[in-house]
Design a protein around this ligand. Structure first.
Ligand SMILES: [Fe+2]
Ligand SMILES: [Fe+2]
Length: 358
């Protein structure tokens, strides 16, 4: 019997199937790209490394990892109220992000098959991993009597078109930040087992190694095409992607600080650590990294956090839509201004270190 009292107030497509969260600037995106341009890419300068990564993917270290054990088979009704709502949201966001990776990699594997076999197989094997991750998260959602209809999501979501080099910047960063997010939660809960309120976190250690390998694959692809890393445009774009990935995560996570508190983490400390580590990692391939120690960096992000609170308050008010829109305008302008100022903080050049172990 489904205990409706324990259900958080989520809208359902049909019983037990959650209506996907509304798409905003801050929700995980679905991507598509120029498949022909990708197929024509010459990877010969770094073929050896890409082959080695392909071998790792074939080994499939996590083939037997994503199996739900008996710890899952119990009632999770004691996770209730706000914690339950935040928990379901966390699982949904993670599942959507993993699934978005699955769709893109699967399509790339299919489209490159005859033209660029090494890349095609890498993409197909990464899509295998992402399918496991998304499936595991969706199954976890069903422990809370909800799940996502991934077929519906495939058809209903908008797809953002990015040229291949932007796909590389964006997916590289999302894989590496994914790695740092999962491993940081895992290590924290290893130290504080009393905060591990649900068994999925136990799986994060091996799981994040998949993300790390995926990130290394994009690192190797970019190094095979040094021209997307070594000019002034590359420096401007890498800055842009670093900032947008960090800012999106920060705004999302601070808004959901209670979720992190429910597993004993301070959302700000957690995010700052993840940003620091991802920024450092990105310096192994990107020509620039962000100066996150600049005093304005978190000050301006905090203003955007406040602005987003205001936007949510305006949305929740009873004012008519046109009034809400007018109320929101100065807040959007402020967000835009602070993002521009953040973008203009001098980055740290690391390209002079290219080729040297960093
Ligand atoms: Fe994944
Ligand atoms: Fe991944």
């Amino acid at each position: 019997m489904v205990n409706t009292l324990q259900k958080p107030e989520f809208e359902e497509l049909r019983p037990g199937i959650k209506v996907p969260s509304q798409e905003t600037l801050l929700t995980p995106r679905f991507y598509t790209t120029d498949f022909d341009e990708m197929a024509k890419m010459d990877i010969s300068v770094n073929e050896e490394e890409l082959q080695a990564i392909l071998e790792e993917f074939r080994t499939d270290y996590n083939r037997h990892h994503f199996i739900r054990d008996e710890e899952f088979t119990q009632s999770w009704d004691h996770i209730d109220g706000d914690t339950r709502r935040l928990f379901v949201e966390f699982l949904e966001r993670s599942c959507t992000a993993e699934f978005s990776g699955f769709l893109l990699y699967k399509e790339l594997g299919r489209r490159l098959k005859d033209k660029s076999p090494v890349l095609a197989e890498c993409f197909t094997l990464m899509s295998r991993d992402e399918a496991r991750h998304a499936g595991f998260l969706n199954k976890a959602m069903s422990d809370f009597n909800l799940s996502l209809d991934l077929g519906f999501l495939t058809k209903s979501r908008k797809y953002t078109f990015f040229k291949p080099k932007f796909i590389f910047y964006a997916t590289y960063l999302s894989e590496k930040i994914g790695y740092w997010r999962y491993i940081t939660i895992y290590r924290h809960l290893e130290q504080h087992p009393e905060d591990r309120i649900y068994p999925i976190f136990r799986f994060f250690e091996n799981w994040c190694q998949d993300e790390n390998r995926h990130g290394d694959f994009f690192d190797a692809i970019m190094k095979a095409n040094p021209d997307i890393l070594n000019d002034w445009k590359a420096r401007l774009w890498c800055r842009f992607f670093l900032l947008s990935v960090f800012a999106t995560m920060y705004l999302n996570d601070i808004q959901r600080a209670d979720f992190y508190a429910s597993i004993g983490l301070n959302a700000r400390d957690y995010d700052k650590y993840v940003i620091e580590k991802t920024n450092e990692t990105a310096g192994r391939v990107f020509p620039v990294i962000l100066d996150i120690d600049h005093p304005e960096f978190y000050d301006r992000l905090e203003i955007c956090v406040k602005n987003n609170e205001k936007l949510r308050e305006i949305d929740a008010s009873n004012s008519p839509q046109p009034i809400k829109f007018l109320q929101k305008l100065p807040v959007y302008a402020s967000n835009g201004w602070h993002m521009v100022k953040l973008y203009l903080i001098n980055p740290i050049r690391v390209d002079h270190l290219a080729g040297v172990a960093r």
